[in-house]
Design a protein around this ligand. Structure first.
Ligand code: SF4
Length: 497
């Protein structure tokens, strides 16, 4: 007999091959930065939600670093017999099926399951499958259930200085949805048993489920038979459409380049340049038109932000983007020296006011500012202007004068095949300067991308002084390279005209 946990059941529910790979080839799992930060957010949110109904008993027990499941099951039984109203991580086992309920709460003459998710979306089918599995296990253990609920973060909640968990969390009664899902559990479990007891990998091909909503951590393994580059590297094509081509056997660029369905000039150029190594495509006239929009003094601005699941700063919502750092390169006049300014907030405090003040001091009004993918910087400036009315004229003035360095690349004025299907600065920079170690993000220490910056900044407050110093230096170096990269990209555009 196989043993099952709720996470194993959920991975089976999403894709049986995922569960099989988790069991037989776990080393092939490649979680990305967003998986790790989602897990961290999940732990933080789960911990906070435990207090939603007042006093509670948490029956989590460890044996070394591993959960001690049998001790948790015994402790749950004891607490239920004692009449404890709220039990967190209440654990049950039936016929090899195990589950720990986030919150088990007394409900009339029975109990109710509350499943906590750190998402602001309460409409994901897999959540219902998760709760249905828990209900199945508990009822087979003889627990009378009077309700099943999903707890998510309320995207509309605004922190006003005092965290109100009753408004932060949104509780949804999912009894009806769970009843619909429950019917297929026994069938799913028996199918799962035959899949997981066999050492033969299930024959399941790539599908739209591989991105639901994030690309599955086994994508690299499951797509290893696909040539590189392929339809999955094509610029700006929805994943569903890529899967559609793949299913029709149209995978490599040579399969696709003459297909009448592909009409996008940029996608066609991407394939032609990749297949024929045509060097760099340059539309001089368009690049000159773009550069005509820039003027001296010229500024290059980049923000780093964090996205706390639980809002802690006044006026913010769950997962709001909080700018905590910026880098600013600037050149005062044509032929002038390149200068640099920067800001990095204090971890553990609200960085926004100090950042906004220094930004207004560092960037005068009515000057030309560049950003790479300006929608992000413009939105942050708009948000800062809304919370600091005394600085709003200046912040909005900066916003109005931002030019987007992404435009020449995204619009296809400048392209070479090393860019592949991405026009992010991390793809464009090495494509233009392939052998420059000073421009290689891999040569940075500690922080190599925005995800790492976002994860490290909130942790700095808990670090020892020496470690803190290193983390701050790494953040500053990383953000500085982002704006230096913009300067180099601008120089490449100038050189192309
Ligand atoms: S990449 Fe797709 S096929 Fe492979 S395990 Fe993930 S969801 Fe299943």
């Amino acid at each position: 007999m196989l043993s099952f946990s709720k996470s194993k059941y959920c991975s089976l529910w999403q894709c049986p091959k995922m569960a099989w790979l988790n069991k037989y080839k776990p080393e092939e799992l490649k979680p990305d930065d967003s998986t790790i930060s989602r897990m961290e957010a999940g732990n933080e949110v789960g911990q906070l939600a435990k207090g939603l109904f007042g006093d509670y008993v948490d029956v989590t027990k460890y044996n070394g670093e591993l959960l001690n499941l049998s001790a948790m099951i015994s402790a749950t039984k004891r607490e239920m017999e004692k009449g404890t109203e709220v039990i967190c991580e209440a654990s049950f086992s039936y016929d090899g099926l195990y589950c720990a309920v986030d919150i088990l709460k007394k409900d009339g003459g029975g109990w109710a399951i509350y499943e906590v998710k750190s998402s602001t979306h309460n409409d994901k089918d897999v959540y219902i499958a998760d709760i249905a599995y828990q209900k199945y296990v508990l009822e087979h253990c003889g627990v009378k259930l009077n309700g099943v609920y999903l707890i998510c973060l309320d995207s509309g909640y605004v922190f006003d200085g005092i965290l109100d968990v009753h408004r932060l969390f949104k509780i949804t009664d999912v009894a009806e949805l769970v009843a619909g899902e429950e019917k297929s559990i026994a069938e799913n479990l028996s199918a799962a048993e035959s899949i997981l007891s066999s050492p033969t990998e299930p024959d399941i091909d790539l599908s739209i489920n591989c991105k639901n909503p994030y690309l599955c951590g086994f994508w690299e393994y499951c797509s290893r038979h696909i040539p590189k580059p392929s339809v999955f590297d094509l610029h700006r094509m929805p994943f569903a459409k890529k899967i559609d081509f793949y299913r029709k056997g149209l995978v490599s660029f040579s399969d696709l380049v003459s297909r009448p369905e592909i009409k996008s000039k940029k996608q066609l150029r991407q394939m032609e340049y990749s297949l024929m190594d045509k060097g760099t495509y340059i539309d001089k006239e368009k690049i000159m038109d773009f550069l005509d929009n820039l003027s001296f003094p010229l500024y290059f601005l980049d923000f780093e932000t964090m996205q706390p699941a639980i809002p802690r700063f006044i006026g913010t919502k769950p997962y709001a983007q909080i700018p905590f750092q910026y880098s600013l390169h600037y050149i005062e006049k044509e032929g002038g020296a390149l200068k640099h300014k920067e800001f990095l907030g204090e971890s553990g405090t609200d960085p926004r006011r100090a950042l906004a003040e220094q930004l207004c001091a560092d960037i005068p009004m009515n000057v030309c500012v560049t950003a790479y993918n300006k929608a992000f910087e413009c939105t942050r400036l708009q948000e800062l202007a809304e919370i600091f009315p005394d600085l709003s004229d200046h912040l909005l003035n900066i916003r109005e004068h931002i030019q987007d360095l992404l435009v020449p690349f995204q619009s296809g004025y400048y392209y070479n095949r090393a860019m592949g299907g991405s026009f992010s600065i991390k793809s464009v920079l090495p494509a233009i300067y392939p052998d420059d170690p000073d421009l290689d993000y891999h040569n940075l220490e500690g922080v190599h991308n925005g995800g790492e910056a976002m994860a490290i900044f909130p942790q700095i407050q808990y670090m020892e002084p020496a470690e803190r110093e290193i983390a701050r230096r790494n953040l500053l170096k990383y953000c500085e390279l982002d704006t230096y990269a913009m300067v180099k990209v601008w120089e490449a555009l100038l050189a192309a005209t």
